[in-house]
Design a protein around this ligand. Sequence first.
Ligand code: G
Ligand code: G
Ligand code: MN
Ligand code: NA
Length: 256
Amino acid sequence: AALEVAIATGLANGEMQVAYQPVMEVATDRLMGYEALIRWTRPGVGPVAPDQWIPVAEGSRLIGEVDRWMLHEATRQLAQWRAESPAAPGAPDPTIAVNISGRHLADPRVISDVADALEASGLPAHLLVLEVTETVLVDDPLANDHLTELRAMGVSIAIDYFGTGYTSIGQLRNMPVDTLKIDRSFVASTEPAHRELVALMIRAAHTFGLTVVAEGVEEPDQLAQLKAQECDQAQGYLLYRPMPATEAGALLRSPQ
Ligand code: G
Ligand code: G
Ligand code: MN
Ligand code: NA
């Protein structure tokens, strides 16, 4: 309970910040967008890793507050960057991906929360990506309805940690999603069977018209492999680590 109070206070007092991790196009090395990751520096304590407090927020209504704050901050920031320096002709218009918890996704309020953030920021809906876990997609009909509604608004949906849950590749056909993010455990594996599985996931995703993002790319040979397997986009320490807003804004403006 003490931590819950500290999280609520932290949100109210501006202790949270957003780190931005670039998502790159594999074939061209162009910047396609960012994943927004929350950062909390607790006064007198220092940085608290998301793994240490997001699960606590997910156990209460607080996660809605966290998600709403992230949605507003991340969309506001991208809209500001675009206003300052529009994408060059022919260059990709960068997207922003925000992680949404399963609990929040099951709440009908998620629709107005996303709509409010888009309206307040003026960001076009097609530039917002919501990252959700496959568990939510498989287990919760209500969450599925909400995703369908969000997609109808023009927002994109990405399945986070794909491959670690219960989804079979065949189910992708019926899911209200646009993008599949391959879990970094598969990307990092040197086992031939896992590498073949990654190739299979990429082919299946493309068959269903989905975009594929590989997560946690740390080694040049992983990136080379993904390129050979025609993976669309990649994210990971090899490319860029999550960075503060000022750096991400500068990267956006740097020549590609
Ligand atoms: O940011 P990494 O840097 O440490 O993030 C750790 C975990 O925290 C990841 O699983 C990530 O999905 C989760 N996470 C980061 N930011 C957010 C957020 O804004 N909302 C939710 N629900 N999870 C987040
Ligand atoms: O939502 P998700 O859990 O996928 O959030 C991405 C998490 O992965 C964040 O904690 C981020 O800091 C972390 N991350 C990003 N790139 C890498 C990487 O190359 N290797 C590892 N181990 N973690 C990464
Ligand atoms: Mn994510
Ligand atoms: Na992820």
